[in-house]
Design a protein around this ligand. Structure first.
Ligand SMILES: NC(=O)C1=CN([C@@H]2O[C@H](COP(=O)(O)OP(=O)(O)OC[C@H]3O[C@@H](n4cnc5c(N)ncnc54)[C@H](OP(=O)(O)O)[C@@H]3O)[C@@H](O)[C@H]2O)C=CC1
Ligand SMILES: N[C@@H](CC=O)C(=O)O
Length: 429
């Protein structure tokens, strides 16, 4: 049987896993697709690098174009990352009729529609299962499993690095910097980990999930983003005392065909299944109008889980090749995008204030909430052990984002408030 030839762009964490699975599971893969899958050429930055997987040196090249332009190669697997140059490689590969599998959420979130349109024009596949939530087959699930339903909410822990950091800070009291370094050493973090900790990686993944789930073209700018770099051990302790865990959550909702998507550190009730997703694990909760609540769980980053998704896409490509079809998993967004305004977005909030410790302060503060129609679920005032101010911990009922933002703006002007120490979204469901 004629082998299917694969060109690999990148041989780092994920690329190494792809080589291991394709070579280690060759017989199984062959039985499923009916021909051997061979990694023919690999683009690397340096051929001298010591690698943890054995590679025939003749397959290595430092020129990605050599891989793209090789007429023998049927499928390009892109696991090198990057945006503009990588887009050029993929467009050229498609132009030449090659199918593409990628783990690159940065590229798919920014240029996915252009790449998918080119793929359609050239009757090729572009599959990107590994780009969201590593080893969890969530993209396939949204496109195929939920095709008959209307999704109203997607809520996800979609970044392994930040979940690893928050878990270690919460369970072991570890320092932010130490755990970030560990996550980098374990191959979870992006080459620039700022995109993990500042929420951009999760935002890109949520843009992809939103596009697929709501069948409209969600762009990165549609996602509001806040990362975890300002979350302190003290905040996590407060959250736990109140019965919550702190998680970096992507939250996407659709109501009357209007959508909103955000990524932020969120306090989630300890009895919600997302609260017990720890370490590098990811989970995506999907609420469909007909199906109700569902949840998908697994390793969100790392060599082998991510490579599993890549090779599963490779199998799908080869099956399509055999059938002479393509694009079966691509979804062309067909709904006009309508975004919710901030007065249509409602949620609960946690707020920690440092205030003057004197009579009448609480009354002034609650007065501001009342002025903007934000009602309070609980208010606790206590002395601050480190300075003469008092601390006030407030949890609101569900309030519009517009009104809550007005409260915060008003607080900036209020003399009795020394500092708005922390503000977090709260999810009780
Ligand atoms: N790590 C993970 O858990 C996950 C990663 N991803 C995505 O997968 C992709 C790869 O990630 P990962 O494997 O972790 O990254 P790595 O940095 O470990 O690997 C990327 C590899 O590509 C090589 N490379 C980069 N640019 C070029 C180039 N122009 N020519 C040749 N080789 C190049 C790098 O070489 P060098 O080392 O010499 O710079 C490196 O070996 C990224 O898009 C990432 O976002 C997706 C899901 C999970
Ligand atoms: N850096 C990412 C890798 C997978 O997408 C993460 O930590 O989740």
């Amino acid at each position: 049987m004629k082998p299917v030839k694969v060109g690999l762009l990148g041989l780092g964490t994920v690329g190494t896993g792809v080589v291991r699975i394709v070579e280690g599971n060759q017989q199984d893969l062959n039985s499923q697709v009916g021909s051997p899958i061979v990694i023919e050429k690999i683009a690397v930055r340096s051929t001298d690098k010591v690698r943890s997987v054995e590679i025939d040196a003749a397959k290595l090249t430092i020129d990605p174009w050599e891989v793209i332009r090789d007429p023998e190669i049927d499928v390009i697997v892109e696991v090198m990352g990057g945006i503009d140059q990588t887009k050029e490689y993929i467009l050229e590969a498609l132009e030449r009729g090659k199918h593409v599998v990628t783990a690159n959420k940065d590229l798919m979130a920014l240029h996915g529609s252009e790449l998918l349109a080119k793929a359609q024009e050239k009757q090729c596949d572009v599959f990107y299962e590994a780009s969201v939530a590593g080893g969890i087959p969530i993209i396939r699930t949204l496109i195929e499993g939920f095709s008959s339903d209307r999704i109203v909410k997607i809520m996800g822990i979609v970044n392994g690095t930040t979940n690893y950091i928050l878990t270690k800070m919460s369970q072991e009291g570890a320092s932010y910097e130490d755990v970030l370094k560990e996550a980098q050493d374990l191959g979870y973090a992006e080459s620039d980990p700022t995109s993990d900790v500042e929420g951009l990686d999760a935002a890109r993944k949520m843009a992809i999930l939103g596009t697929l789930g709501f069948r409209t073209n969600v762009e990165l700018d549609d996602v509001t983003v806040q990362g975890i770099s300002s979350v302190t051990k003290e905040d996590i302790t407060y959250a736990r005392k109140l019965g919550y865990e702190m998680k970096l959550l992507g939250i996407a909702t659709s109501s009357n065909e209007h959508i909103t998507i955000s990524v932020q550190p969120t306090m989630i009730k300890q009895n919600h299944p997302l609260a017990s997703v720890n370490g590098v694990f990811n989970a995506v909760y999907v609420h469909g109008e007909a199906v109700g609540e569902t949840m998908f769980y697994g390793a969100g980053a790392g060599e082998m889980p991510t490579a599993t998704s890549i090779v599963a896409d490779l199998v799908a490509v080869v099956k399509n090749l055999k059938l002479g079809v393509n694009g079966l998993k691509a979804i062309v967004p067909y709904k006009t995008k309508k975004l919710q305004s901030t007065d249509q977005v409602f949620y609960k909030n946690f707020i920690l204030l440092h205030v003057d410790d004197k009579a009448g302060v609480l009354a002034q503060i609650t007065q501001v909430f009342a002025e903007y129609d934000v009602s309070l679920a609980s208010v606790v005032q206590q002395p601050n052990e480190h300075n003469p101010d008092a601390e006030i911990v407030i949890i609101t009922h569900r309030a519009s984002k517009a009104n809550f933002d007005k409260v915060l703006q008003h607080f900036e002007q209020l003399d009795v408030i020394q500092r708005i120490k922390s503000v977090y979204r709260v999810e009780d469901i």
